[in-house]
Design a protein around this ligand. Sequence first.
Ligand SMILES: [Zn+2]
Length: 323
Amino acid sequence: MATLRRFIELSRIERLGSAHPDLIELRELATVSERGRVFPVHGLIIGSKDQSRPTLGLFGGVHGLERVGTHVVLSFLEMLAARIHWDRDTRHALSKTRIVSIPMINPCGIYFHHRPNANGVDLMRNAPVEAESHVPPLVGGQRISPRLPWFRGWGPLEIESAALIDFVRQQVFPARASLTLDMHSGFGMQDRLWYPYAKSTKVFSRIDQVSRLIDLLDRTYPHHIYRVEQQSDSYCTNGDLWDYIYELHEAREDARTRTFLPWTLEIGSWRWVRKNPLQLLRVLGPFNPIKPHRYSRTMRRHLILIDFFWKAVRNYERWSGAE
Ligand SMILES: [Zn+2]
């Protein structure tokens, strides 16, 4: 029998789940398996038990090769867990708000070093959403074969996709205001902050709220590093889970009285490759910082953004237009 490698990301999630039983709850949302190994898909629910409170959602590890996204989420949550010990302000903020997270949506992909799930499905092409604008061949999502990248799946939702959708419906939709941030890496030289749609170049229906939030970001952090754009400004895709979840939210009767904005952080990995081309020779190289100093910098640099999102959702009355 092959020896089993340690699964560091899973251990970190489970450690967070036992760090503060009064404030952090760990839930097993689903299990998935590959090559005889079974992995849990874990959710973390942190802070107030009142689900109507403003909620920040943090997600990562949809694509198994982009493990840096899972690590950024865990870095923030571990910082939070450390602060809970000594920082009264953090505890106070958590009594008024919630942070919910699936740090590793695709554990098979993370463990076995491949982008899709165990069935070869690219989870971010798996939702029942058809693009309304031109999508590039293959990368926009394909149903030719699971042996090719960006496969959408033949049938119903994959276990991981369904777990994400259910979790957001149960833990995020009841909030009067919510922001979610899903971490990816790989595209471009620059770190991009994407709002919907991926399916269409038509103007996002909540562009006013997006503009006010970004105005707040620009005024608060004038030197921030992010290029903010609608996802379809880079490229359109079929089957984007966040497009699907957003439309589910907007179809709710009370949607107009609530704020829900799903964001994607696309960490531009091409600059790491440019500085260190040899990392292209490693399977994780194109998508992750390899040199230790670059890894540490990446872990630090997005903490400000996540903290900003958390503060923004706590103070949503100041920018969302809601009374
Ligand atoms: Zn990705």
